[in-house]
Write a new protein. Structure first.
Length: 114
């Protein structure tokens, strides 16, 4: 959880999913990787060394929420503090959640390189 300031200027905990945005404010589109990153959780061989069952849990919960997965490679704290969060290509190629369908129909995607 990330600390943020609440309405009374007191620190509160925020859900990282609520503080990360895949939206590009200038283009009005959502960032989507143009291809899977080199360590994509959907690549064969468990390149991220996820514990057994973790990928299934992640996919199940994300699909239950009708949402999407943000690529770990694009998280600001992962490799590059200036990174701009983007939707995981591995997830987007496999699942058509309500959020992905709405983004595609209403705004569209801007594809970025991993």
């Amino acid at each position: 959880m990330n600390p943020v300031t609440g309405p009374d200027d007191e620190p509160v905990e925020a859900d990282p999913a609520e503080t990360l945005s895949v939206g590009d404010p200038i283009l009005g589109k959502s960032r989507l990787l143009s291809r899977q990153c080199d360590t994509c959780i959907f690549a064969p061989g468990n390149r991220m060394h996820l514990p057994p069952g973790r990928l299934r849990e992640l996919v199940t919960e994300t699909r239950r929420r009708e949402s999407f997965v943000i690529c770990h490679d694009t998280l600001p704290h992962y490799k590059d503090p200036e990174a701009k969060p983007a939707i995981c290509r591995g997830f987007a190629d496999r699942y058509r959640t309500q959020a992905l369908q709405l983004i595609e129909r209403l705004f569209g995607f801007i594809e970025i390189k991993p």
